[in-house]
Design a protein around this ligand. Structure first.
Ligand SMILES: [Zn+2]
Ligand SMILES: [Zn+2]
Length: 169
């Protein structure tokens, strides 16, 4: 975040803030930019600063506007591309172009398997949600497109409230 603040500062033609100044303005920036997920901060800044007239002060809000534009552009792009192509093939082997990857996941607390969906990293997933897909070589996909770990030890970690709490102890 401090890099982003000083990047905008330097583009405005001023010298970078020192540590003390940064500490005092950081909360303002954090507050103004809290809707932007971490992995889109840089893209939002690049977009906002590219469009800005630098004879004017740079408003923090321009980054939020840029972020909303990124989301809107991404949504338009995803809607204009049919998920399934005419020849029946799909672009993404992990999510089959649905944007979400169902992975059978073991819950040690309940001693049961269930199948949550995880966001995919491909263009079918909304840009704000994209995350790396960690599918292991020994997993198999069933005819419903669900990924099945070979046993509970290779399952993704259960994200249910009980398991999360147990991991904290
Ligand atoms: Zn995908
Ligand atoms: Zn669980």
């Amino acid at each position: 975040m401090t890099q982003i603040i000083n990047h905008c500062r330097v583009l405005s033609g001023w010298t970078p803030y020192g540590e003390v100044e940064l500490a005092s303005i950081l909360p303002t920036w954090m507050d103004a930019l809290q809707t932007i997920p971490d992995h889109l901060l840089k893209a939002s800044m690049d977009k906002a600063t590219a469009d800005h007239d630098w004879s004017q002060p740079f408003p923090i809000k321009a980054m939020v506007t840029a972020y909303q534009q990124l989301i809107a552009e991404d949504r338009a792009k995803r809607q204009s591309t049919p998920h399934y192509r005419a020849d029946g093939t799909v672009a993404c082997r992990w999510c089959l172009d649905t944007g979400y990857v169902p992975v059978a996941t073991y819950c040690p607390t309940g001693n049961e398997w269930y199948t949550p969906v995880y966001p995919c990293e491909c263009a079918a997933t909304p840009i704000s949600q994209r995350a790396p897909v960690n599918i292991r070589a020994d997993w198999e996909r069933n005819d419903r497109g669900q990924w099945i770990p070979s046993d509970s030890s290779t399952s993704p970690r259960c994200q249910c409230g009980f398991c999360k709490q147990r991991r904290h102890h």
